[in-house]
Design a protein around this ligand. Structure first.
Ligand SMILES: Nc1ncnc2c1ncn2[C@@H]1O[C@H](COP(=O)(O)OP(=O)(O)OP(=O)(O)O)[C@@H](O)[C@H]1O
Length: 343
């Protein structure tokens, strides 16, 4: 079954010297199965903090609640179902694509999987990520886009229902970024919940996402479809010039380039309580109901692509883990010392 993640009135504060800094301010929202959702906003608005918090990556809410399919989140259970691709991976440069994937498979797939089963999963994944032609390439010889695809392929090997990605297309050219988002969209189409933060995406790239979640200063300023950003801003008497990228425009508004609008936007979207903002015309036509029913129906019937998840729930015994890490460490040292002998 697909996973919907909902968060309500979440607050997150840190102590910064003598001051208390509010990173997330009473923020709410929802990301649904079968959707590719993009968290956007100006630098420092709290995108990574929100992803870290939802993924349970090192931080917890001070108050508020996160719900998984309408039940309060259980960190341990959720950890088994979700994966997080960080902005900067720590993939070792000393190994080939195949070795890297094989190493990951030892931790992501059950230790009861045979080598042949692991190889099958790896081949399928490399195929899905258009990387089967690069099996023997050394990680350092991959382009930024290829490297990013490998870091995603490693995380989705055991078919996790929910995937978080922090700025997966930052630093990629338009072609690689499109390819990366297309793969994420395909995963979403198979029933996965995909949530990624995007830094200044082009209008063309943003057309690929199902949902935009825009933030400013730790608050939600818009939640809904890309196409409705302009009508949302029109409602505030802010007219996006025809030649302007609506994403750039909403970020400019958030950074106060057109005056003080953040409060009004936060109120208009109820700081994220409204799942999807729709223009009045759609509401009058009852379109909201149709869409809601469609989404509910989709989630009820959501079947993830063939899953090896059940295989992955057993932890690798510590001595096997130790063994794998030790061999890898020795290989790494050897390759570091004598690069000419293996490259
Ligand atoms: N542990 C911390 N202590 C103090 N301030 C922090 C801490 N972690 C994050 N911040 C601050 O919180 C704000 C939000 O950070 P965050 O990384 O979530 O922003 P972001 O929207 O992801 O930014 P970017 O797009 O530049 O990556 C920033 O101003 C950051 O400096």
């Amino acid at each position: 079954m697909g996973i919907n993640i909902k968060f309500a009135n979440v607050n997150y504060r840190v102590q910064d010297g003598k001051q208390t800094k509010i990173l997330l301010n009473d923020i709410s929202g929802e990301f649904r199965a079968g959707e590719l959702s993009a968290v956007i906003g100006p630098s420092g608005c709290g995108k990574t903090t929100l992803l870290n918090l939802l993924a349970g990556y090192g931080i917890q809410t001070n108050s508020g609640c996160v719900y998984i399919n309408d039940k309060p989140q259980n960190a341990k259970e959720f950890g088994q179902k979700s994966r997080y691709v960080l902005q900067h991976d720590d993939i070792s440069p000393h190994f080939t694509v195949w070795e890297t994937m094989m190493f990951a498979s030892n931790f992501k797939l059950s230790h009861r999987c045979s080598r042949a089963q692991k190889e099958k999963v790896i081949y399928e994944n490399l195929e899905k990520f258009h990387m089967s032609g690069k099996i023997n390439s050394i990680m350092t010889k991959l382009s930024g886009g290829e490297r990013k695809r490998i870091s995603i392929a490693m995380e989705v090997m055991d078919n996790p229902p929910i995937l978080f990605l922090d700025e997966p297309i930052t630093g990629l050219d338009e072609f690689s970024a499109t390819q990366c988002l297309r793969i994420l969209k395909q995963l979403a189409n198979c029933g996965h919940t995909i949530v990624c933060s995007l830094h200044c995406p082009s209008a063309r790239l943003l057309q690929m996402v199902n949902k935009v979640y825009a933030m400013a200063n730790g608050e939600c300023i818009y939640q809904g479809r890309v196409d409705n950003i302009v009508p949302f801003l029109n409602d505030l008497n802010l007219n996006c010039p025809l030649t302007h990228n609506p994403t750039d425009f909403i970020i400019e508004v958030a950074t106060k380039s057109y005056g003080e609008y953040q409060r009004i936007m936060v109120d208009k979207i109820s700081n994220g309580h409204i799942y999807e903002w729709l223009p009045k015309k759609s509401l009058d036509l009852g379109i909201i109901d149709v869409r809601k029913v469609e989404i509910l129906h989709l989630n009820d019937n959501m079947q993830l692509s063939p899953s090896s998840l059940e295989l992955s729930e057993e932890m690798l015994p510590w001595f096997k883990e130790y063994n794998i890490l030790f061999i890898r460490f020795m290989q790494q040292m050897w390759r570091d010392m004598f690069p000419e002998k293996w490259k």
